[in-house]
Design a protein around this ligand. Sequence first.
Ligand code: UDP
Ligand code: UDP
Length: 462
Amino acid sequence: MGDSYEQHVVLFPFMSKGHTIPLLHFARLLLLRHNTAVTVFTTPANHPFVAESLHGTTASIVVLPFPTVDGIESTDQLPSMSLFYKFATATATMQPHFEHALENEITIPRISFMVTDSFLWWTLQSATKFNVPRFAYYGMNCYSVCLCREAVFSGIFGGAQPDDELVTLTRFPWIKLCKNDFEAAFRNSDPKSDAYEFNTKVISAVGCSYGMLVNSFYELESVFVDHINEESCPKSWCVGPFCLPQHTPNVHLIPGEKPRWIEWLDEKLEEKESVVYVAFGSQAEISDEQFYEIAKGLEESMVNFLWVIRKAEWTLPDGFEERVEKRGIVVREWVDQREILMHESVEGFLSHCGWNSVLESICAGVPILAWPMMAEQHLNARMVDEEIKIGLRVETSDGSVRGFVKCEGLRKSVKELMEGEKGREGRKKVMKLADIAKNAVQEGGSSCSTLNLLFQEICTHH
Ligand code: UDP
Ligand code: UDP
């Protein structure tokens, strides 16, 4: 690493696609500052993905040994998310290797600060040992962070009301939510449970960190950014969307060759037909019965769709692909989701509302049909539908937030997104937000200025 760099930033993403991808975009964003060196930490099995994504950049990569959970090094390959806490806890075995590397391999130039995933709580101890400021990368937005905290403070989990009954939040009186908007593991207050122990470690390490790095932009959720920064520690720094400043090519495809689904989208553009993009991220678990209803709903909706299926075990009804031929395409490969969302044929996104997907949709100006499944996705779905109003929620058969979705409900919701009033309103709103997001990351924009401020503050105090 050359001496010409004035700054050196260490990044340590958590081992799942949804947590790694945004930090790799952030690495590229940092490298646009010519005086900044970047070192990314990862594990052996995740190394190829990280290396390919950072190909052509000056980023250094350090690979740490990881004893794995049943031979698995990424949560999106776990056979069940019930192994999540076992996996997350095992990451702490990397601590001595991490510290050894910090000490020996990457001392020149001195590390200015590190950004490590909030799930890697133990990296705070390493940062403290080496007197390096730690920013916790939160996979969530400020809206969801505020709602989680308010729910805990206001004691709604302990209250007697049924799981689906709406409660008004005192601090945000325009927001109503229910217990079922939160994962059971998050609501678990048994101090002996894995979830409680893990969440407590994560939350207290975030609380003692220098700051939270948030993949969001101020204008999108100013009330919630201000709320965090006025009422609690540490400060949140919104410097996103990370996916915007530089478009990284899809490393899994042969350069110059258009993937078949992009060619298919090109054809739809010529025919002036719009397409709904259907994808549920890299982690979602969907039952066979639910999967069948999705297929049937898409078939009966008569809209054009591009459906990305991530899990090998999800099987389509017999003859599905022949029956929807021309109108629908099913993809089982890894896709460049941003390329799809940016395609002019795509006019709607049926999404599980992982935060990266929501942001990518906002940047592409595409309205969302929200179908949250796990983690804080239910809060993101409320944000999409009720707070920033860039779409609607899928209709569940019993009207509850975690209810089963029948094919009729899906068909109706998809139609509303693509042809109805809510879809139209959402599209108008999201296109405005896309422009605001683009401005935020440009010179003088809120995210760009916040990142400059962050560097200034670190340089002055460290
Ligand atoms: N992604 C992708 N291609 C795929 C599947 C996912 O590029 O075939 C990307 C997607 O663009 C997003 C990330 O993987 O950046 C998924 O993150 P998100 O927060 O949306 O959901 P998660 O996978 O964490 O549930
Ligand atoms: N979390 C979750 N499901 C939820 C809400 C939160 O898995 O419904 C996770 C979240 O990803 C985070 C942790 O619980 O890692 C703590 O979230 P919280 O926002 O309460 O932390 P704080 O902001 O108080 O530090």
